[in-house]
Each structure stands twice: as C-alpha cells, then as structure tokens.
Design a protein around this ligand. Structure first.
Ligand code: PMP
Length: 391
C-alpha cells in the first residue's frame, strides 16, 4: 500500500506549474510564470563558464563560498548605506529563495506555532508552514492599493506567533510597503517578540525611484529581528541557476545554516562564482533594470486597461494582478485563464490560489500577468489578447 502524509495531502500542486504545462501544450505566449525571456548579463555567463573550466565543480562550503558572502555583504552596504552584514556570521547562501524560505521556516517554526502571512500570498509560504506543522494566520491585502488594515493585523498576533512573512515588493499585488506600514509591523513584532521574514527578491524591481524601496532590516526596531531572503533569480535574470541567500542576525543564521545543510548541502559552486560577478555590476545596472521594467509594465498595463481589465499599475515586482470580470461575466478566473490559453494563445495565472479556499471569492475573477519579457514578446501577446472577443 502506498500512503502519503496528511501534510502533503493538505496542498495541491502549484497552479502555476499546471498553467505552464497547458501553455506549452498550446504554444501560448507565457505571461504566467515569472521568468525572463531575455539574456542575463554577459559578465555572469563568463564567470559561470570560467568557474566550470577551472574545475570549480565540487561541493562548496555549505553556507556559501567566502567570495560570494563577502561580495553580497559589500553590495548590500553599497546599496543601503548603514546596512553592515557580517559575511562570516550573518549570511547563508541557499539554492534560490525557494530553499531559503524552506530553511527559514524550519529554522523558526515548531508544530503548534503560528505565523502571520498576507493574502493574496506568494504560493510557497503556506505549504512551507504546513510542512513545519505551523498554523498560518492571514491578514488580507485589499484592492485598490493592496495595503493591510492595521486592526486586522493587530488581531492576527498572539502569544503563539513566531514569525511574519512579508513579500516586499509584493508578488502578486505589486505593493511596495511604506515606512509607516513597516513601522506598524516593527511595533507588533517587538511587542510579541516575533521575527519578520522579508522576501525581497524583487528589491531592485520597483517604479518608485531611488530610495523608493525601504529594506525592513533598516527599520528601527526590526534590525535584530529581521530575516531577509533574496536571490540572483530575478535581479539578474537567472531563475534557472538556483542561487539565493538569507541575511539575518547571527543566532538566526546559525539555525538557518544547519537546516540548509541538511536540505541541499550547498548551492552550485559555478553559479556562486557567477554571483560574485553579479554583485560587482555597477549601480547603473540597477537603474537600467528599473527603467526597462517600467517600460514593460506600462506597455502591458496600458494594453490590458484598453482591452477591459480592471487593474492598478504595480509599484513593484513584475506582475500585475487584474480583475477580468469586465471581460468575463461568469467571474471565473480559472476558466478564463484556460480560455486565454486555448483561444488567444496567451497564458496568465488564475489568482484564486493566492487566497485561502475560504476567502477564494475575493480572488475568483482575478488573474495575474507577468511581464519579465522582451518587448516584442509583450507586443505579440497584446496583439493576441486584442483579438479575444468578450463573452
Ligand atoms: N519569492 C517570490 C516572491 C517569488 O516570486 C519567487 C519566484 N517566483 C521566489 C521567491 C522564488 O525564487 P527563486 O527562483 O530564487 O527560488
């Protein structure tokens, strides 16, 4: 007899993976999954190839090569003056942000613990909590600006709360949290002695100009209780390379490193070498990234608005969460997303799984488009969407 765990039975396969398969089957332009269809910087490719050629192909130090940890600490201090990260005790390099989030969850949570997270959410946070035996208490982010209600947030904290997971800039809503919103979180985390886990994988992809993104680790009161999760994946267009990291106070890092070692041993050595090259890119790289993403955001959002979707342009990340109700009187985002694939040849993601099943009504008519694509790809997708007839 084959028996699987009750934990594994409590969640389904990510809808994003399912949509990915259907999109591939129908040759659809994939605006579902958030991966770039353009090249990463040449410096990264050269460094990865050179590392392989130089036989840098064995297990590296489990929590990251000294060179990459030093480079991340240097780049962090350069980007955010005043943020001093000790590469020896406060950094752990992981296999992407995905593994970092699992390692952090297991390092922090025991069965019976509670963790606060926001809905709509990034799909991994809740399954991770389930696997750790912890309970998710959710706080809703509401359109149009996708902020949280302070009273609802206060009510989610209690004596069992161990951690809060915050995606900032946010996938899927595009929200970038303000200093005031982070101050509320800081007060609550201090009052209940809670760790704030910040998924900052879209740190450099925002449209608020220099200084528009405030790292929670620099917010007064959060310095000693924040774990920042990051990765090469989005900033440098290398989602397939699987290199991420955590920055956290030393005692938390010690726990994260132990879990990480048993999960994966280490992130791939040649890709860590490429990470060193990534950290050395000049500041102009990040400014150019934000400018190019703003153009893509505006191109797609302007077209989606014209076609009839209801949306608020994201302040950050490379997603736009839209209400498809004006084009879909049945208000069934899942059926609508399938129809987009089969009839228009464009894929997006039905957003309903970004909410708990009991709150699914809030996301029922919503879909998420991703725009980390060449402008030609986006233009071709728009042309196909324009041919779609409302029904
Ligand atoms: N966090 C968020 C918010 C994401 O959107 C993604 C990728 N979709 C990840 C983490 C996973 O990142 P990685 O590829 O580095 O594992």
């Amino acid at each position: 007899m084959t028996r699987t765990s009750q934990k594994a039975d409590r969640f389904t396969e990510s809808v994003i993976r399912e949509t990915f398969r259907l999109a591939a089957q129908h040759g659809a332009i994939n605006l579902g999954q958030g991966y770039p269809d353009f090249a990463c910087p040449q410096e990264l490719k050269d460094a990865a190839c050179a590392a392989i050629a130089a036989d840098d192909n064995q297990y590296p130090m489990t929590f990251g090569t000294p060179a990459l940890r030093a480079a991340i600490a240097e780049k962090t201090a350069r980007t955010y003056p005043g943020w001093a990260v000790d590469p020896d005790t406060e950094l752990c390099v992981t296999c992407g942000a995905t593994e970092a989030l699992v390692a952090v969850t297991f390092a922090l949570l025991d069965p019976g613990d509670e963790v606060v997270m926001f809905e709509p959410w990034y799909e991994n946070y809740q399954p991770n909590a389930i696997l750790a035996g912890a309970t998710a208490r959710t706080v809703r982010l509401r359109a149009p600006d996708w902020g949280f209600d302070e009273a609802e947030l206060r009510a989610a904290f209690g004596p069992r709360t161990k951690a809060v997971f915050l995606c900032h800039p946010n996938n899927p809503t595009g929200k970038v949290y303000s200093a005031e919103e982070l101050a509320v979180l800081a007060e609550l985390c201090a009052r209940w002695d809670v760790v704030l886990v910040v998924d900052s994988i879209y740190e450099h992809i925002h449209y608020l100009g220099p200084g528009g993104y405030l790292p929670p680790a620099l917010v007064p009161g959060l310095e000693d209780r924040t774990i920042t999760v990051n990765a090469l994946s989005k900033t440098y267009a290398v989602t397939g390379w699987r290199v991420g990291w955590t920055v956290a106070p030393a005692p938390l890092t010690t726990a994260i490193r132990k879990v990480h070692d048993f999960l994966t041993i280490a992130a791939p050595a040649p890709m860590q070498a490429a990470g060193v090259a990534a950290m050395a890119l000049p500041d102009s790289y990040y400014a150019g990234l934000a400018t190019r993403y703003r153009e893509r955001r505006d191109l797609l959002c302007e077209a989606l608005e014209r076609i009839g979707f209801a949306l608020r342009r994201p302040d950050g990340s490379y997603y736009v969460l839209c209400d498809s109700a004006p084009l879909d009187p049945a208000r069934d985002g899942t059926a609508f997303a399938k129809r987009l694939i089969t009839e228009a040849g464009v894929s997006c993601v039905p957003a309903v799984s970004f909410w708990r099943p009991e709150h699914a009504e809030e996301g029922r008519s919503m879909v998420r488009f991703a725009f980390p694509k060449r402008t030609e790809t986006l233009r071709a997708a728009v042309e196909r969407l324009e041919a779609l007839t409302p029904r």
